[in-house]
Design a protein around this ligand. Structure first.
Ligand SMILES: *Cc1c(COP(=O)(O)O)cnc(C)c1O
Length: 402
């Protein structure tokens, strides 16, 4: 073993010793409510394909048609020669869906956060981030070079303390500079499934003259009368400076987007480095995302959403009956908190042995000692699959903190 490999091996060993070693499970066949792993069927409670659109016939057909008409690769960055009809159609549809002037599509949600925050936030600015924000928001915040503050998860009092400090700092900055204060958060949190108090956040940021960046990755397609997300559901979408979302969750495809005014979008086209210096998304993926968004907007989307919430309620009630202490507001992301990393892994394995795929989530995705089984619900789960889940959970005698 050479020095390079020896160093990596030592690091891997440390990861293993902490119970934090990760490996991928090779899945055969398509992703869906059930998976096949080494010829064995498993019911899948790990996917963010909340409405089952990843294998929807219209989504698949859109991808196939796009391959026939446009091929696969975009050839270059959008600014070079890669702005093809499907990209433009997707953005027009996203803007219509979110009722904004314009939209900009990125190759992933991660790239969206990195590029957008990087373009908008200056090193003289203050950026205040929710403690449980997604890794891409944390990375983007750090990368921006702004003064970074973290507020306790969804804690408006703590946020206000930090806003006060930020206001003072900005007001006393040298003349000629006008640093901005940014609040960066998610609407539905990816590991806890709870929802940010958006009305109060908007009220606070207006009182302190701050700007809000909101990631609706897990809300798009699921919340609000027209499924535009939590901001629309709370009636505050028009008061949020930047809204981003992803296309790989409820929309069933892949990619990310920002929706907003024409000026914001034109600025991002000029400044968002993950947009400028990256090959435009493959055309079949763009067409699939567009088809997914069209379904979200349709009556079928509403039916699927109803089915999802029915499934969520059934699982939530079943878990409460089993003695789990759950957040009161049911969500399609249900954290089954275990705490200890090793124990979470054992429980996940015990469920796996009963044909249930419900993965353990550990540090660094969540804090140390806060390992959990992260259960995600889909409209595509059948009643029978839900019964099997609840039976398996009953069997493994999962520790519930008592
Ligand atoms: C999944 C997720 C992302 C990243 O989106 P990708 O398209 O998977 O890169 C961004 N933000 C949040 C909150 C997410 O959960």
């Amino acid at each position: 073993m050479n020095a390079f490999e020896a160093k990596l091996s030592r690091r891997l060993l440390e990861i293993q010793q902490q119970g934090l070693y990760r490996e991928m499970r090779p899945v055969d066949g398509p992703q869906g409510p059930s998976l096949t792993v080494k010829g064995r069927p498993l019911i899948n409670f790990a996917s963010n394909d909340y409405l089952g659109l990843a294998n929807h016939p219209a989504v698949k057909a859109a991808a196939l048609t796009a391959v026939e008409r446009f091929g696969v690769g975009s050839g270059a960055s959008r600014l070079l020669c890669g702005s093809l009809a499907p990209h433009r159609a997707l953005e027009a549809t996203l803007a219509r869906f979110k009722q904004t002037e314009a939209a900009l599509a990125f190759s992933s949600g991660y790239a969206t956060a990195l590029g957008t925050i990087g373009a908008l936030v200056d090193k003289d600015d203050v950026l205040i981030l929710d403690k449980l924000a997604h890794a891409c928001l944390i990375d983007a915040a750090r990368h921006s070079g702004a003064s970074l503050r973290v507020f306790f998860h969804n804690d408006l009092n703590d946020l206000e303390r930090k806003l006060k400090w930020a206001r003072q700092k900005c007001d006393s900055s040298p003349s000629g500079k006008s640093p901005a204060i940014w609040i960066v958060t998610e609407s539905v949190f990816s590991m806890d499934g709870d929802v940010a108090p958006l009305r109060e956040l908007v009220d606070l940021k207006e009182r302190y003259g701050a700007w809000l960046f909101l990631d609706e990755a897990h809300a798009t397609g699921l919340y609000g009368a027209d499924r535009r997300g939590c901001a629309a559901a709370a009636g505050v979408a028009g008061h949020i400076e930047v809204q981003m979302g992803t296309l790989g969750k409820a929309a069933g495809a892949a990619g990310g987007f920002v929706c907003g005014g024409r000026t914001l979008i034109d600025y991002l086209i000029n400044r968002a480095r993950t947009f400028i210096f990256s090959t435009a998304s493959p055309l079949p993926m763009v067409a699939a995302a567009l088809a997914g968004i069209e379904i979200l907007r349709s009556d079928e989307g509403e039916q699927l959403r109803k089915r999802l919430w029915m499934n969520v309620r059934r699982i939530h009630e079943g878990l409460v009956a089993l003695g789990w202490d759950l957040p009161p507001a049911p969500s399609a992301i249900i954290p089954l908190r275990i705490g200890d990393e090793g124990e979470a892994m054992q429980k996940a394995q015990a469920l796996w042995d009963q044909g249930i795929y419900l993965p353990a989530i550990r540090f660094p995705t969540v804090a140390r000692g806060q390992a959990r089984l992260r259960l995600t619900v889909s409209a595509a789960h059948s009643d029978c699959q839900i019964d099997q889940l609840l039976d398996a959970l009953r069997n493994i005698d999962v520790c519930r903190g008592h």
